[in-house]
Design a protein. Structure first.
Length: 408
């Protein structure tokens, strides 16, 4: 295998002091509420017990939820690769998102599922570690209501960023967009006026430790299998929501503050999306039978060549099999047969919802074949996209042949 503000203008005046935590009503001697003051939200629910108030219950709950969902993913996966990655066809059947799937096929329900799915155990663990470290610092700072709202909004914004930034044929899953939104919110919240210098520095260090590697690669082309565009979308939403309570023209009452209501709405939305996924599940899993399973993908070049005939025979619809076969013929100096297989791979990848990376690889292979036949201008034209995609191995070969116009 290889991103909004919410609410409306308020009619009530905002609190007089700038603070990211909504102000709770004081405890009255009897059960009478001053109508001029709002009800306390979840962020102050345990205000009398600092120990309970500082425990990130929502963060822990989200982590357990993601763990349970991944366990279900593994039980439903058609195959698991040697490195622990779930088969991409299983991810598609379970609700992974991508431009061809969401926009091309109109399957918008994937936006509500993809942020809850993960492609491997390592993918899940790394996200959960970041979520816990950031959540410990942020949840008690802004309250559970704002924390829940930022998580949900950043997850959706991350999917939007992914669809806008990634090319067709790229499939993505993961909660990193939502988590990057929390990281951005922690960065903004670090400047709370009432925080002391040590608190501010600690929060800034945490947000920068996770935020810089999550966003900086965008400045250099965002190559690889990490969905940096989802990170960018989530960061925009998280930062925008975190700064909203500081703006004088917004009222706290005009924005959702309840963690329970936010999570209930998000859960209901995800369940509805899961219903759509269940309807399509059988057809996508049946289609998966026509593609090489994750555990069968050759891990070494010599194995790829030696098994190419078997793979093409068993999986004629899989573009990867034809790429492997093309390499076999290239090594045999049979350039005509190699070009035929490469063009077949290009055609199949173009109609495959998960064929983006394979298409770039096939184009790189075609560029090399054309170059070997002395068709230099055609070769350079064919190499434009794979050089831009920066698939490490393909890019190395193209640079060796001097087919990338600007070697980097």
């Amino acid at each position: 295998m290889a991103t909004n503000t919410f609410g409306r203008r308020g009619v009530a005046a905002p609190p007089s002091r700038a603070s990211i935590r909504p102000i709770a009503a004081p405890i009255a001697p009897e059960i009478v509420r001053d109508p001029a003051r709002p009800f306390p939200d979840e962020g102050t629910l345990f205000g009398d017990n600092k120990l309970l108030a500082d425990i990130p219950f929502l963060t822990i709950g989200l982590i357990f939820g993601l763990l349970l969902i991944f366990a279900l993913q593994r039980s439903l996966a058609i195959d698991v690769a040697r490195d622990g990655d779930l088969d991409v066809r299983s991810l598609i059947a379970q609700g992974a998102s991508g431009y061809d799937l969401v926009v091309g096929r109109g399957e918008w329900w994937r936006i509500g599922l993809a942020p809850l799915l993960h492609g491997s155990g390592w993918h899940l663990i790394s996200n959960c570690v970041a979520l816990f470290i950031v959540g410990v610092r942020l949840e008690s700072l802004i309250g559970r209501g704002w924390f829940a709202l930022i998580f949900v909004a950043s997850a959706v914004a991350g999917e939007v960023g992914s669809l806008l930034g990634n090319g067709p044929g790229t499939v993505g899953v993961g909660a990193s967009g939502a988590i990057t939104g929390l990281i951005a919110a922690l960065f903004v919240a670090s400047f709370e006026p009432e925080a002391d210098a040590d608190q501010t520095i600690s929060r800034l260090k945490t947000s920068l430790f996770f935020g810089v590697p999550a966003l900086l690669p965008l400045a250099f082309g965002a190559s690889g299998n990490v969905n940096y565009y989802a990170h960018a979308g989530g960061a925009v939403a998280g930062a925008a929501l975190a700064i909203t309570p500081w703006l004088a023209f917004w009222s706290y009452d005009s924005l959702p503050r309840s963690a329970g209501m936010t999570l209930l709405a998000a859960s209901l939305g995800s369940l509805i999306c899961a219903g759509f996924a269940a309807v399509h599940y059988a057809s996508y899993m049946a289609d998966a039978a026509h593609y090489i399973r994750a555990s069968e993908v050759p891990s070494k070049a010599d194995e790829m060549v030696s098994r190419s005939l078997d793979l093409v025979t068993r999986y004629p619809r899989d573009a990867r099999a034809h790429v492997f076969r093309s390499v076999f013929f290239l090594e045999q100096a049979n350039l005509g047969a190699a070009e035929t297989e490469a063009r077949t791979a290009l055609s199949l990848a173009a109609s495959d919802v998960a064929g983006g990376p394979v298409r770039s690889g096939a184009q790189g292979l075609m560029a090399v074949l054309l170059w070997a036949q002395g068709r230099t201008s055609e070769a350079k034209a064919m190499a434009v996209e794979p050089c831009r995609a920066k698939l490490a191995e393909v890019r190395r070969i193209l640079q060796k042949s001097k087919l990338c116009s600007r070697p980097e």
